[in-house]
Design a protein around this ligand. Structure first.
Ligand code: XMP
Length: 325
């Protein structure tokens, strides 16, 4: 398959078009792969999940999915990968809980780019080790999509810390590389993936690592994950999840004083960020009804140990980037 999308290629917007694409890709994958084995790093994000589902349909257990849990996933994400791919789709899935490796390496590291490098570097190491344990792998599948090909410039390279090393000597299988994101989602739905997986908001490769600001500690990371889960639950319930492009919590490495049960209570603030954008280059602030904000504040400050304030970030991009670090 060439890297240029033919002008005649229709935008995949319906189940029928998705089904036709799937049938065509299944044939193409079967021809390319034959009876050989394919390896895939399955993050649980939209693109790798759709590629996994396509390959499972085409070659079943000849696909080996490796899910590396770097300990910086959002609440329930690794569990969902196991549930959907191992339990429901009966995939050949290697699950690696590398939480301790990542958090030990990140211990005391506060500089954002250094954190990113550690996370990206360790990801490759863990994946490489797992690949080395497997025999007879000839292909590497990747969730490359068309914007990745169009935008393979400096900005993206900086962001793609989850990328795999070039020296990996595998032939590539990239079945969705000519598709735009919205098309990948339509194909994912036609393949039967759950909406919560296919409609996921963008999530950075270094995960919660760049939202647990400064040097990551396990207790603050835990508080961040719980607060983020509450935010997501409330956005879902209140119809904001489909309206807002990206929304999350960041927890800085600082404490303030509060009162709880008549005692002084030092805690971290949870910062809400909810933005809308088309291409992530610029972003505007979504207006969240105060009633919902009060409810989220109440839940987070009462349910999450360690958090005693909730703040709202009103800064558009520019001047504030979407992530805090
Ligand atoms: P910023 O913070 O630069 O983010 O406004 C723009 C978009 O990119 C995501 N982002 C990342 N994605 N690795 C990624 O894969 C990263 O290191 C990274 N940093 C930011 C961010 O979530 C937003 O969607």
């Amino acid at each position: 398959m060439s890297n240029v999308r033919p002008e005649t290629m229709k935008r995949i917007t319906t189940v029928e078009l998705a089904d036709a694409f799937i049938a065509e890709q299944v044939k193409e994958i079967q021809t390319q792969v034959g009876d050989k084995k394919v390896l895939l790093a399955l993050s649980g994000g939209v693109d790798s999940s759709v590629v996994a589902a396509l390959l499972i349909k085409a070659i079943g257990k000849q696909l080996v999915c490796v899910h590396v849990n770097h300990g910086l996933m959002r609440k329930g994400e690794s569990e969902q990968v196991i549930e959907v791919f191992r339990n429901q789709l009966d995939a050949n899935l290697v699950y690696v809980d590398a939480t301790d490796r990542f958090l030990d390496l990140l211990d005391g590291v506060s500089e954002p780019e250094k954190k990113r490098k550690i996370i990206g570097g360790e990801f490759i190491k863990v994946f490489d080790e797992e690949a080395g344990k497997l025999e007879g792998i000839s292909f590497l599948a990747q969730g490359t999509i068309y914007p990745d090909i169009l935008e393979s410039d400096g900005v993206k390279a900086h962001h793609n810390v989850g990328g795999l090393p070039e020296e990996m000597q595998f032939e590539l299988v990239e079945p969705v590389k000519l598709l735009y994101k919205d098309e990948v989602r339509v194909v994912g739905k036609a393949l039967g993936l759950p909406a919560s997986m296919v409609d996921r908001q963008p999530f950075p490769g270094p995960g919660l690592g760049v939202r647990c600001l400064g040097a990551i500690t396990r207790d603050r990371l835990h508080a961040l994950r719980e607060a983020d889960a509450i935010l997501r639950e409330e956005f879902d319930k209140n119809g904001l999840a489909t309206k807002v492009w990206q929304y999350f919590i960041a927890v800085p490495d600082m404490k303030s004083v509060g009162v709880k049960d008549d005692k002084r209570y030092e805690g971290w603030p949870a910062i809400i960020r909810a933005v809308n954008t088309v291409d992530a280059m610029t972003a505007t602030i979504e207006e969240i009804p105060y009633e919902i904000l009060h409810h989220i504040t109440d839940r987070i400050t009462h349910e999450v140990k360690g958090i005693n304030r909730v703040l709202l970030d009103l800064t558009p991009k520019p001047i504030g980037t979407i992530e805090w670090e």
